[in-house]
Design a protein around this ligand. Structure first.
Ligand SMILES: Cc1ncc(COP(=O)(O)O)c(C=O)c1O
Length: 387
């Protein structure tokens, strides 16, 4: 059975993970070498020349990522933002335009607006649920890229990938989906018509909060060649140890995502019946505006929950600073539960812009601990609101 015909978990464990032929070592060895001996000038073994251009440990991760996203090519980078930067530079030129969700991750917006903007790439943030609005924004410029996160960070909005791909393609643009929140286990944007998937592999793919990385996956050889060239020429590649840790994390993605999703559903349902809560943003709740769409394009609803408090900023800060199992920290997607106050932490860079996050909102990354312990922890932190 070839890796591509196998189920997700089988591919996660085996794609790119052949045992080492000399010793039979079941885990492929980690290659730290920065360079490779040549059999005479230009006599490369298996194409390996220099570590920025190729590394077997990185290659095995890239094969695994491509197999899990259903792509033909994957590229592993030193961070999610490095992946996004190389991707955009591979496909956009000065004068080109990016239409992105007005709830995109603050760091992605900072890169697009403040770094790439200086190099002549324009952008328009729009509400991705309003397809006519997206169409108009795309038509108003020389749009090369439509960029969407679904679910979005941290507003948890769900966008119709298939419909958005049609809008982008009608205008000759590419659809890029940041699939960080869903992970390839829950959603495969390429199968829904997207052209490119990007990930912060720092999150669910690595899964253990011990490595920073990013990835780009495509299903088009021409596009892959352009991205591969920028990866090599710019050099923001993942190092061998980072690639190894990411591969190890990725092998258990499916079982982790099942548990993250179960825990998040339990936490969201508990939050919903609390009097202190103004709104719970979780696509697994039947009254979430994206619930039906999420059911259609995602396998489960994932581990991220956002919550808004009637008591405003003060209540949100109190809960954030009083949990004991949830750790107050940036990032998400690890096995341990994390609590984030986006407007001052992950999304501080978009304060005062159209992408600003409400000050009464907390973002919870529900880990794989016991759901009862997560709820008990929130309950004791909620007690501090009135106290
Ligand atoms: C949705 C999303 N995309 C991209 C990134 C950027 O990834 P990295 O922090 O690995 O550079 C993040 C980081 O938080 C994110 O949440």
């Amino acid at each position: 059975m070839s890796a591509h015909e196998a189920g997700f978990n089988t591919r996660a464990v085996h794609a790119g993970q052949d045992f080492e032929p000399r010793t039979g070592a079941v885990v492929p060895p980690l290659h730290f070498s920065s360079t490779y001996a040549q059999d005479g000038i230009g006599g490369l073994r298996d194409g390996y020349e220099y570590g920025r251009g190729g590394n077997p440990t990185r290659d095995s991760l890239q094969e695994q990522l491509a197999a899990l996203e259903g792509g033909s090519h994957a590229f592993s980078f030193s961070s999610g933002l490095a992946a996004e930067d190389s991707l955009i530079r591979a496909i956009a030129r000065p004068g080109d335009h990016i239409v992105l969700g007005n709830d995109a991750y603050g760091g992605s917006y900072r890169l697009i607006n403040r770094v790439l903007g200086e190099w002549g790439i324009g952008n328009t943030p729009v509400d991705m649920s309003d397809l006519d609005g997206v169409r108009a924004a795309v038509a108003a410029h020389k749009t090369r890229i439509v960029w969407v996160e679904t679910p979005s960070n941290p507003m948890m909005r769900i966008t119709d990938i298939e419909a958005l791909a049609a809008v982008a393609h009608d205008a000759g643009a590419l659809l890029v989906v940041d699939n960080t929140f869903a992970s390839p286990y829950l959603q495969n944007p390429l199968a829904l018509g997207a052209d490119v998937v990007v990930h912060s592999t720092t999150k669910y793919i690595g899964g253990h909060s011990d490595v920073v990385g990013g990835a780009v996956v495509v299903n088009d050889a021409e596009l892959a060649e352009k991205i591969g060239f920028v990866q090599f020429a710019v050099g923001a590649v993942s190092g061998p140890m980072d690639a190894f840790l990411t591969t190890r994390g990725l092998k258990t993605l499916g079982v982790r995502m099942d548990r993250h999703s179960e825990n998040a559903q339990a936490v969201a349902e508990w939050l919903l019946q609390r009097p202190e809560v103004e709104a719970v943003l979780y696509p697994g709740l039947p009254d979430h505006p994206g619930h039906e769409l999420a059911k259609k394009q995602m396998k489960k609803f994932g581990g991220m929950v956002s919550v808004q408090f009637k008591g405003g900023e003060a209540a949100a800060r109190t809960v954030a600073e009083n949990t004991k199992v949830f750790t107050l920290a940036e990032s998400l997607g690890g096995i341990e539960s994390l609590m984030n106050y986006p407007s001052e932490m992950t999304h501080a860079s978009v304060k005062g812009t159209e992408l600003a996050v409400p000050v009464n909102l907390l973002r919870l990354s529900c880990g794989i601990e016991d759901a009862e312990d997560l709820i008990a922890d929130l309950e004791q932190a909620f007690a501090a609101i009135s106290g």
